[in-house]
Design a protein around this ligand. Sequence first.
Ligand code: NAP
Length: 304
Amino acid sequence: MSELPLPPATRTLGASGIAVSPLAWGMWRLAENGRTAADAADLVHAALDAGITFLDTADIYGFDGQGGFGDAEALLGEVLAADASLRDRMVLATKGGILPPLPYDQSADYLRKAIDASLARLKVDSVDLWQIHRPDILAHPQEVARVLDDAVASGKVRTLGVSNFTQAQTAALNHFLGTKLATTQPEISPLRIDCFENGELDQAMLLGLIPMAWSPLGGGRLAAPETARDKAVAAALDVVAGAQGVSRTVAAYSWLMAHPAGIVPIIGSQNADRIAEGAQALKVRWTRQDWYAVLVAARGVPLP
Ligand code: NAP
C-alpha cells in the first residue's frame, strides 16, 4: 500500500526564508464570549507550546455586523504587550481590505492606513505576513502591488499573501509585485474540496505559494456532521483516525497536509486542549487509498 510522506517540520514563506509550522492557529473567533487578555494569552501559549507557531488574525475579526472591527487584533496586542518574549516565538499573520459596509477597499490610501492601524492594534513594528482578505474588484492590481511593495520596503510587512482570490486575480497581483506572494488562503476542508480539482492548488505549486486552509473542519461541521454527505466524509476520516489513535479532527488536518501543495490548515478552535491536540496531525500517515476514499466521499461520486 503506497504511503504518502509525512509533512515536514517546517514550511517556508516564499523567498523570505521565514519558517512556519505546518499547522497554523486562527483567531477569527478570539474576541468572542467575553474572552480577556489572560484568556487569550492561555490560547496563544497552548498553540506555541504545541509547536503551532504560525498565528493568523485579521483586522475584521471581532466585527459582529455592528461594531468590533479590530477587536481580535487588539486582544492579541494586549497579550503581546504583556509578554515581550512572545512576539519572537511566533510568525504573525494578519489581513485587511474588508471594510464594512463597503464591502471592500484596496485603494492605495486605505491600504496604507489599514496596515498602520493593524500594527498599532497589535502593538508591533511589523507583521511577518500581510494578506489581502478578499479581492476589491475596483482596485487595479498594479496600484495594490505598489502599496504592498512599499509596506515590505518600509519593514512593516515581511511577506505578502492573498485570501479568497481567483486564480486570475492572484496571477495579476503577483505579476505586478516586486516581492512575490508567499501565501494564498482559500477555504479548504474535507467538506470543501473545490480547489483540489479547479486549479487553485496547482497554481499555488506553480507560484510557490503556501495554501493556508481556512475552516479546515468546515467551520466545525466535521465534528458534528448532519447531512448524509458530511457523515460519509466523517466515516472515511474515522477509518484512519481509529487505526492511528487520533481524533477525527486531527485526521482531517492531516488529510489536508498530505496534499503535495503543502496545505497549512488553520485550526479554528479557541479551546486550549483542542488547539494543542492539532499537533498530532504531523504524525498521521495516509495511504493513497485512504486519502482518495475521503475525497470520493466528499465528491459523492467516484473518480473517473
Ligand atoms: P474550523 O476548524 O473549521 O472550525 C472551528 C470551529 O469548530 C470552532 O468553533 C470550534 O469550537 C469548532 N469545533 C467543534 N468541535 C471541534 C473539535 N473537536 N476540534 C476543533 N474544533 C472544533 O475553523 P474556522 O474557525 O472556521 O476557521 C479557522 C481559521 O481560518 C480562522 O480562525 C481564521 O484564521 C481563518 N479564516 C479565514 C477566512 C478567510 O476569509 N480568509 C474565513 C474564515 C476563517 P471550539 O472553539 O469550541 O473548539
